[in-house]
Write a protein that binds this ligand. Structure first.
Ligand code: GLN
Length: 302
């Protein structure tokens, strides 16, 4: 057999990686194999389609093999690549931050519905992690300014780096503190959070990608998963201005319980909003993004 037959091409490398990931029970083998192949070769997805017989160099093939091995051990793609797309931005991720999830974009859906394209407003993201929600909101709303807090010094460093990479650092600051500790009453027009909400006893049963690679500090919501909301509801009521909007991510079965906690903290018009998978995902006193017209997410040039 000649070398030409054994040398992997973009197409055979993609298909080969895909088959191995699929056999190992990985959830999305086709997308994962493509993302790893793109990272290993520098090829874009259009190259894979337009130039499928392009040969990989030995170095590229080795690089891909190392990444596939890591994925076979159920390390998430975001952690192998060190970055993850969220909304319209790309974020660096490390072992110290929760990998941003598409589900969390539901919080951003509420924000863009609540604040029109050129609205000027002050926001805070409690437990910001990589900075995903805050930075997506600032990227979408140029009149917004914001603060991200986190109890983890390491997470704050990741969020700061992401803000600088996105050129959004002029409109945000990051502070290491416990939720909103240290912030004055009535300080913000918008408060958002994706707190840890997994009941402690459920963590052992999570997918290995989550259980072994996301920081437990960002997952563990105490015995019933609701402790962060008991702490957050009165804190959010304290720092939010009158007429302000809050939006917090929740687990799919926590809607009614979390809604009740925010109502007990004095909020009216509290609702549970679904994600694109039709599961309860956000509790807010703002607009339901699944009802009514699609808001302006780009903003007209003025
Ligand atoms: N949605 C995440 C998961 O199910 C949990 C994130 C969180 O606790 N905030 O893995």
């Amino acid at each position: 057999m000649s070398d030409q037959n054994t040398q992997p091409t973009l197409l055979t490398a993609w298909k080969g990686a895909q088959a191995r990931l699929k056999a190992a029970g990985v959830d999305s083998p086709s997308i994962d194999a493509r993302l790893l192949l793109e990272a290993a070769t520098g090829a874009g997805r259009v190259d894979i389609l337009n130039d499928p017989y392009r040969a990989l160099t030995a170095e590229q093939a080795q690089g891909l093999e190392a990444m596939v091995q890591r994925r076979l051990r159920r390390e998430p793609v975001s952690r192998i690549l060190g970055r993850k797309g969220f909304w319209k931005i790309m974020l660096n991720v490390t072992p110290d931050v929760l990998s941003p999830r598409p589900d969390t974009e539901t919080v951003v859906d509420v924000i863009v519905r609540a604040f029109p394209a050129y609205a000027t407003f002050d926001m805070i993201d409690l437990g910001t992690g990589s900075g995903a929600i805050l930075l997506a909101a600032l990227a979408e709303r140029r009149g917004a300014r914001g603060v991200g807090t986190d109890i983890s010094t390491e997470a704050i460093a990741v969020a700061r780096e992401n803000a600088a990479n996105l050129d959004l650092n002029g409109r945000c600051t990051f502070i290491r503190t416990d939720w909103a500790a240290g912030f004055a009453d009535d300080s913000f027009d918008l408060v958002v959070s994706n707190p840890p909400y997994i009941p402690t006893g459920d963590i052992a049963g999570l997918d290995p990608e989550v259980r072994e690679h996301d920081p437990h500090l960002a997952l563990d919501g105490g015995p019933d998963g609701l402790q962060p909301y008991r702490d957050l509801a009165p804190e959010i009521a304290r720092i939010l201005r009158p007429e302000g909007v809050f939006a917090v991510e929740i687990g799919w079965d926590q809607g009614e319980a979390v809604k009740a906690l925010f109502e007990a903290a004095g909020f009216a018009d509290v609702k549970v909003v679904k994600d694109l998978g039709d599961r309860d995902r956000v509790v807010t006193n703002g607009p339901d993004p699944r009802v009514g017209p699609i808001p302006d997410v780009e903003g007209p040039v003025q």
